[in-house]
Structure formats: C-alpha cells, structure tokens
Design a protein around this ligand. Structure first.
Ligand code: GDP
Ligand code: MG
Length: 164
C-alpha cells in the first residue's frame, strides 16, 4: 500500500488550502469558517518519484468539549493513527498558540515523524521574526510555506519524502 501523509492542525490554519495546493485540485472545502472540513479527504501525490496518499483532516481543538469539535478530533486521531508521516500546520498570522503545543504533544505521543509547517508566510525571503517561536514546539526546523501562493511547498515535500 502507498504510504499515507496526514495534514493536521487546529481549525483555520490553512490545512485544506495546503492539501489542495499539493494535489493540484480543489477537492477539499476551504472556508473562512473554522472547522469547515468535517471529513477526511484523500488525494494522490507524487514527489521525487515517491508516491503517497495525502489526507486532509478537520481541525483539532484538543480541549474542546463541543460535539462537532470532539468528533473532528476523533477523526483526526484516526488519520494520525493511520499515517506514516504527519504534517502539522500552524499559522504565522496568529503566531504560536497553546493549541499548537497541545497538538504537538498529541503527535509526539503517536511516535510518527512530524514535519512542522508554518503556513501563511506569504512574502518570500527571510522568515518573519515570529517564525522563530515555532522552534519551541520541539519538532525541529519549521518549514515556511504559503499555501495560497505555493511558496515553500517544494521544501515541505522534500522533508516529507525523507521519511517515505
Ligand atoms: P483549515 O481549516 O485549516 O482547513 O483552513 P482553510 O484551508 O480552510 O483556510 C482557512 C483560511 O485561511 C482561508 O480563508 C484561506 O484562504 C486562508 N489561507 C490558507 N492558507 C493561506 C496562506 O498561505 N496565506 C494566506 N494569506 N491565507 C491562507
Ligand atoms: Mg479544512
């Protein structure tokens, strides 16, 4: 079977936008409403001759008790359990928030390789000052990406296929 790469993170950080950019089609629902992706969505990807299946997930709010949010978390946990590599998406516009750290802790428990993506870095060049705080998640070097423009997605895929 093809290896599976799961895209996870809290709502509204740009997971579905990244998913769509990576598979080159608008299959996933992108919306300004946090948590609009309710179901896992799969797509085929190939990079440097390596084929894998990419999975978009709804957002994770680790401490939310709301029914929909807890269902989304359960779905994301299933995707994490089935994944060979996990891409944790965060958002430079909001900066590092406590939920990112909670999710990072969940992912470290999974024992899977995790690549940290700092999304919405829309201007090319030197990373913004706030970029460096993402090192505090303890997931190694973050990759700066703009899912809207596509900047950094090649670097991200290079990091993903290292584990395939
Ligand atoms: P999800 O909930 O994590 O799947 O987030 P979405 O992909 O639905 O995106 C949430 C919002 O962030 C949408 O308005 C997107 O257009 C916006 N967005 C996603 N990626 C980027 C990016 O790289 N730059 C900017 N400026 N906005 C982005
Ligand atoms: Mg989504």
């Amino acid at each position: 079977a093809k290896p599976v790469v799961a895209i996870v993170g809290r709502p509204n950080v740009g997971k579905s936008t990244l998913f769509n950019k990576l598979i080159g089609q608008r299959l996933s629902i992108v919306d300004d409403t946090p948590g609009v992706t309710r179901d896992r969505i799969y797509g085929d990807c190939e990079w440097e001759g390596r084929k894998f299946s990419l999975v978009d997930t709804g957002g994770i709010e680790p401490s939310a008790s709301d029914v929909i949010l807890s269902q989304m978390r359960a779905q994301a946990q299933l995707a994490i359990d089935a994944a060979d590599v996990i891409v944790l998406v965060t958002d430079i516009r909001s900066g590092l928030v406590a939920t990112d750290a909670d999710i990072a802790a969940m992912l470290l428990k999974s024992g899977r390789p995790v690549i940290l993506c700092v999304n919405k870095c829309d201007s090319v060049g030197e990373p913004p000052a706030d970029f460096y705080e993402f090192y505090n998640l303890g997931l190694g070097d973050p990759v700066q990406v703009s899912s809207v423009h596509g900047h950094g997605t090649g670097d991200l895929l290079d990091r993903v296929v290292e584990y395939l």
